[in-house]
Write a protein that binds this ligand. Sequence first.
Ligand code: ATP
Length: 362
Amino acid sequence: MARLEIDRLTKRYGDFHAVREVNLDVAEGEFLVLLGPSGCGKTTTLRAVAGFVEPTSGSIRLGGADITDRPPWKRNAGLVFQNYALFPHLTVAQNVAFGLEMRKVPPAEIAPKVAEALRLVRLGHLGDRLPRQLSGGQQQRVALARALVFRPDVLLLDEPLSNLDAKLRQEVRIEIRELQRQLGITCVMVTHDQEEALTMADRLVVMEDGRVRQVGTQQELYERPANRFVAGFVGRSTFIEGTVDAVGSFRTAGGLVLRCPAGQAGPAVLALRPERVACATAPIAGGENSLPGVVEFVSYLGAMTDLHVRVSPSERIVAQIPNRAGAQVPDVGAHVHVGWPAADGIVFPAEPDAAGQHQGVA
Ligand code: ATP
C-alpha cells in the first residue's frame, strides 16, 4: 500500500491529446474510481501508471518514489483487465504462480503465497482447475488473485467487471471492495458505469476529453457538480438554457421566469435533478417555483416513475415520483404542475465551446 501521485500527466498521440495535464493524489488505502465516457482518457491514465503508456510529459510517484521512467515490472502495480487474460493451458494455481516465477521468487515461497492469494478470493479449493472449467466470476477472481499475490503497492483495475452479468457484477463489486479494505491496498479503477463507480469509490474522478472535470466523493459530485458535464454524467439532470441575474432570477430561453440560487449574472444553464421536482394536479405550494404543464411521456422505472412535462413550447422538465402503493401516476396528456425550491436548482455559466452538446435531459 502506498500513496500514488500523478502530476500534470499528458499523453499525446501525434496532435491528439488522449490525456491533458491530469493531476491526481490517491491516499494510501484509498479506492479511487476514474469515470467518464468512452475515449475520455481513463484507460490511458491507468496504463501510464502501470507503465504500458509512456507519458508525453508529467510524472508519476508511488510511495514517494518517481516511477515515471520505470518499466512495468519494476513498479509493483497489480493489474486486472476486462478480459482476464488467464493462460488457458495452466491451472488456476499455475496462473497465479506465474507472476511470482517471473519475479524470481524462491520456489519454496511460491506455493504458500499462491494458496494465500486463492484463499483471499475464496478459490482455495479450485487451484487444480483449468480456466475453462470456471465461471466468468471465478475467472475474474483468479485474475484478482494473480494481481494480489505479489502484494502490490497499488491495484489497478480496468473495467474488471464488464464481462460479467448484472447480478454477478453486483456481488463481485462488493467482494473486491471488501478485499481491498481488508488488505488496505491503494486502488485505482476505471469504469464508464456510473452505478459501479458510485458503489465502489471512496472518491471519484470524472473525466472528459482527456481532462479531469471534477474530483470528489459521490455526494460532492451529486450535490455540487462543478459543471454541466458532471451534472449530466453523475445522476441525471434536466438542463434549461437561459440568463441569470445577480438576485437569483432565471429567464429561460422559452420565456419563463424561475427562481434559482443567486450567482454571477449572464448566460447560464439551470440543472434540475428529477427527484427534486414535485409533480401534482394543483400548483406546488411553497416550492418557490411552480409551473403548469402537460405530461408528454411517462417512464415506469419500478421504484420510481419519470414524468416528462412540457412547460413551454421549447422546454420540458422531468419530475420523478416514487411509486407508492395506491399512488396515482398521471397519464400522457394530463395537465399537471411541477415545482421545486429555488435552492434545488444548480446554475452553471454557459460554456460557449460546449454549445449544442448535452441538450435536454442527460
Ligand atoms: P473506453 O472507456 O472506451 O476504454 P477510455 O476513456 O479508457 O475509453 P482511452 O483508452 O484512454 O479512453 O483513450 C483515450 C483516447 O486516446 C481515445 O480517443 C483513443 O482513441 C485514443 N488512443 C488511445 N490509444 C491510442 C493509440 N495507441 N494511438 C492513438 N490514439 C490512441
